[in-house]
Ligand binder design. Structure first.
Ligand code: FNR
Length: 184
């Protein structure tokens, strides 16, 4: 099997805890349309808030699990809402834990997709994400914004808009290539 045939193992983490999260629907759609990558969702609903005392007392099991899953992946894709023009605490909390020892994300490719009801397609969260991680030791990929999501979902809240699915598949496959390029 050549390097190009190999499906890149990506972990997807959603920065929204609500059951009907549109960003979770986008993550599911990404897992369905990707051809160059296998996208596995990782649930962080039991991840505690970062707290230095908790860390000093020994990493809780959900943090250990996060480190294990992200450490084993070839790339990390965050699917995040935009809150108040920036990252929601849920997304930021994942980043804060991952930035701490054992720092499993050193050298890891990271991308972010943001879905919002408005037309700006999460420009604020995407810009803050890129700026924030610029000096970190992981490899930051470009972001993808999906705006006006109300027009792109079916009655069950799943992402079904054909153009958006093509755009999403292209983004994930290019991200997979970015992961491959760094591994060579
Ligand atoms: C929002 N929302 C929002 N949307 C946006 O485009 N820009 C913003 O700054 C904000 N700010 C914001 C703050 C807070 C506290 C909430 C609860 C919501 C709307 C947000 O994009 C929308 O609720 C998404 O559907 C949330 O993502 P999930 O949970 O559907 O994945």
């Amino acid at each position: 099997m050549s390097a190009q045939d190999h499906q890149v193992e990506l972990v997807a983490i959603v920065g929204s805890l609500r059951r009907a999260s549109v960003n979770a629907a986008v993550a599911r759609a990404a897992a369905g349309v990707a051809t160059a990558a296998r996208v596995t969702m990782h649930d962080i609903s039991d991840l505690p808030f970062y707290d230095g005392d908790t860390e000093a007392a020994g990493l809780p099991e959900p943090v250990e699990r996060l480190n294990r899953v992200v450490g084993a992946a070839e790339g990390l894709l965050l699917f995040s809402p935009e809150y108040n023009s920036s990252l929601p605490a849920v997304t930021k909390n994942v980043i804060d834990w991952l930035s701490r020892p054992p720092k499993v994300w050193d050298g890891l490719p990271v991308g972010l997709v943001a879905a919002t009801p408005g037309q700006r397609a999460g420009l604020g969260v995407r810009e803050h994400f890129t700026t924030m991680l610029d000096r970190r030791p992981m490899r930051v990929f470009e972001t993808l914004g999906i705006g006006s999501y109300g027009d792109k979902l079916d009655a069950d809240g799943e992402l079904t808009d054909p153009e958006t699915l093509i755009e999403l598949a292209d983004y994930v496959d290019r991200f997979a290539q970015f992961c491959r390029d760094g591994a060579e």
